[in-house]
Design a protein around this ligand. Structure first.
Ligand code: GDP
Ligand code: MG
Length: 295
């Protein structure tokens, strides 16, 4: 087996000191719970800021960020270690092309993840998108079909472009709440999670502003309009999901619906068939017995 050395996390030093201190506390907590590796999968439609989030989390420009042209077509994993803690972040291509879910991309992500363990899924959307359509639901449904419903227990939603001014009739907090609700609704629908299940295992939502022009507080840390210092906040939400008690996601070979359905239907069919044959045999035996008697 090839053992790849994990790079030292040089980007960590680029964070302002108070951010570094907060991250150290979070990683220390994870270490105390015997978690010394976190593998984060980043997924979503194209152009929503997936690669930019990967770069923001690592404090390094590792993933290629594009404005107009097609993004990379294969997933890429970036691994960094810092004080005994390893962070793996997986950037993926956008899940939509030509106005519909790209099944090939999804299966390429599946193959890439085969035999890896995913601790957290960051599902990325833009804060500054007003409408949701069937396509959003189709994307989350396709994720569910490929990775199982359980993946949503390990999910958090990141809303990018957080430094955004909502339409005048709504204030920022109200707008954020409405947009979060809309996103969570299409996730619960695509994941076939019922309201009760959904409430029991709420999916957290975090604000993200990847732009270089992101506002900062007096300590040089990037803040979003509601005042949240977003990088340590995002990391705190990530660690919360990683420790929420649900199982991490292990991607195994796909059992297609048809095979599973086939197996489930096949067993009762065989039983019914055996029973029928026995009943018919009994009836025939009975008839023969009657006929013999009547002679
Ligand atoms: P991906 O296709 O989902 O990987 O998206 P990218 O990370 O490549 O970003 C697409 C475009 O959106 C690029 O021009 C980024 O600079 C820009 N972008 C990404 N995130 C943000 C954000 O939070 N705020 C702003 N203003 N621009 C962003
Ligand atoms: Mg990208």
């Amino acid at each position: 087996m090839e053992i790849k050395a994990v790079s030292e996390w040089s980007g960590f030093q680029t964070f302002p000191e108070p951010t570094q201190a907060k991250l150290d506390v979070l990683f220390g907590n994870l270490n105390q719970q015997n978690v010394n590796t976190l593998t984060i999968l980043v997924m979503g439609k194209g152009g929503v800021g997936k690669s930019s989030i990967v770069n923001s989390i690592l404090g390094e420009r590792v993933a290629s960020v594009t404005v107009f042209q097609e993004e990379v077509s294969t997933p890429l994993m970036f691994s960094r270690s810092q004080g005994g803690f390893t962070l793996n972040v997986i950037d993926t291509p956008g899940l939509v092309s030509g106005g519909q879910v790209n099944k090939q991309i999804l299966s390429s992500i599946r193959s890439f993840l085969l035999n890896k363990t995913i601790d957290v899924l960051i599902y990325v959307c833009r804060l500054d998108a007003y409408r949701v359509g069937n396509l959003d639901r189709d994307v989350t449904k396709a994720i569910t079909d490929n990775f199982g419903k359980e993946i949503w227990r390990r999910c958090l939603v990141a809303l990018t472009h957080a430094q955004f001014t909502p339409p005048s009739e709504l204030d920022y907090i109200e707008y954020f709440a409405e947009r979060s609700e809309a996103v969570l609704k299409f996730i619960s629908s695509g994941a076939c999670i019922n309201q009760q299940e959904f409430q029991d295992h709420g999916i957290p939502v975090a604000l993200v502003e990847n732009s270089e022009r992101c506002e900062t507080n007096g300590l040089g840390e990037k803040i979003v309009p509601d005042g949240t210092v977003w990088i340590p906040n995002l990391m705190e939400v990530i660690t919360g999901v990683a420790l929420n008690g649900s199982g991490a996601i292990s991607v195994g070979p796909k059992v297609t619906d048809s095979t599973l359905f086939g197996k489930l239907v096949f067993i009762p069919m065989v039983l019914v068939e055996c029973l029928l044959v026995k009943l018919i045999k009994l009836a025939i035996d009975n008839d023969i017995a009657k006929e013999t008697k009547s002679f």
